[in-house]
Design a protein around this ligand. Structure first.
Ligand code: HEM
Length: 243
C-alpha cells in the first residue's frame, strides 16, 4: 500500500513539463527563448535575402541551397512554425498577466511601482506583434505558398530549381507592396529593439555592467534589421529594371 502511494507521488515528467507553462517564470522563459530563436531566424533570413541585390542567379542559387537540404528544410520550417505559435500564444498570456499584476499594484500602491525602462517600443509590443503576425501570414502566403501554384523553374549549375526571384521582384515593383513592407519593417525594428533586451531579462540574465550592453546591442540589431529589410523592396522598386 505504502509502495503504491510512493509510486503515485513520483514526479511525473509530463506534469513537470506542463508546470513550466503554468508558472510565470516558465512562461517568461518560453517567451525569451522563442523570441531569441525568432531573432536568429530573421537574421538568417535577411542574410539570405541580401542575395537579391546580386540578381536572379544569386537569389535562385540561395533558394537552391535551401531546397537541396531536402527533408531537413521542411523540418526546420515546421520547427519555425512551432516557435512562432508558442511565441504568439505566450505573448497574449504574459500581456494579460502583466495587465492583471499592474491593476493589483495600482489598487495597493496607487502607482505603477518602481520606475522602469519605458519606451514607445516597450509599451506597444503587443500591437507591433499583432501587425507582424498579420504581415507574416500574408508574406508566407505570397512568397512561400502562392509561388508554388504555377511555378516557373530555372536551371542553376545544372540543377533545376523554382524561380522565386521573378515573383519577389514582381511584388516589390508594386509601390503599395513596397511601401507596406517598408512600414512593417519599421515596426519589426521597434519590436526587436525592445524584445531583444527583454528576452534576456525574461531569462534572468541581469548584470549592472552587461545589461546596458545587451540593450544597446538590441537597438543596433533592430536598426540593422529594419534598414536591411527596407533596402530590399527599395532596391527592387528603384533599381531593378522592368522587363
Ligand atoms: C523584404 C524582405 C523579405 C523578403 C525579400 C523575403 C523573402 C521570402 C521568400 C522568397 C520566402 C519563401 C522562401 C521559400 O519558399 O523557400 C520567404 C519565406 C518566409 N519569410 Fe520572408 N522575406 C522578407 C522579410 C521577412 C520578414 C521581415 C519576416 C519575419 C518577420 C519573414 C518571415 C518569413 C517566414 C516565416 C517565411 C516562411 C519560411 C519557410 O517556410 O521557408 N520574411 N521570405
Amino acid at each position: 500500500m505504502q509502495n503504491a502511494e510512493k509510486q503515485t507521488a513520483k514526479p511525473n515528467v509530463i506534469d513537470a513539463i506542463l508546470s513550466i507553462f503554468d508558472s510565470t517564470v516558465g512562461r517568461k522563459y518560453i517567451m525569451g527563448l522563442s523570441g531569441l530563436a525568432l531573432v536568429g531566424f530573421i537574421v538568417f533570413h535577411l542574410a539570405g535575402n541580401l542575395s537579391l541585390f546580386f540578381g536572379a542567379e544569386a537569389f535562385n542559387s540561395y533558394v537552391l541551397k535551401l531546397e537541396s537540404l531536402g527533408p531537413l528544410i521542411r523540418l526546420a520550417e515546421l520547427g519555425l512554425m512551432a516557435v512562432f505559435v508558442f511565441h504568439i500564444i505566450f505573448a497574449f498570456s504574459v500581456t494579460a498577466q502583466n495587465k492583471a499584476a499592474r491593476k493589483t499594484r495600482y489598487a495597493v500602491k496607487g502607482n505603477a511601482g518602481k520606475p522602469s525602462r519605458k519606451t514607445i517600443a516597450s509599451q506597444s509590443m503587443i500591437y507591433t506583434g499583432l501587425v507582424l503576425l498579420i504581415f507574416i501570414v500574408a508574406h508566407v502566403w505570397m512568397f512561400r505558398f502562392a509561388t508554388r501554384f504555377n511555378p516557373e523553374h530555372v536551371t542553376i549549375h545544372g540543377a533545376e530549381v523554382i524561380n522565386l526571384y521573378t515573383p519577389v521582384v514582381a511584388a516589390f515593383k508594386n509601390p503599395w507592396i513596397a511601401l507596406a513592407y517598408s512600414a512593417v519593417m519599421l515596426l519589426l525594428g521597434m519590436h526587436v529593439s525592445h524584445g531583444f533586451w527583454s528576452a534576456f531579462q525574461s531569462l534572468g540574465a541581469y548584470h549592472p555592467r552587461y545589461t546596458p550592453v545587451i540593450y544597446t546591442a538590441g537597438v543596433l540589431l533592430a536598426l540593422l534589421l529594419a534598414v536591411g529589410f527596407i533596402a530590399l523592396p527599395g532596391w527592387v522598386y528603384f533599381m531593378v529594371p522592368v522587363k
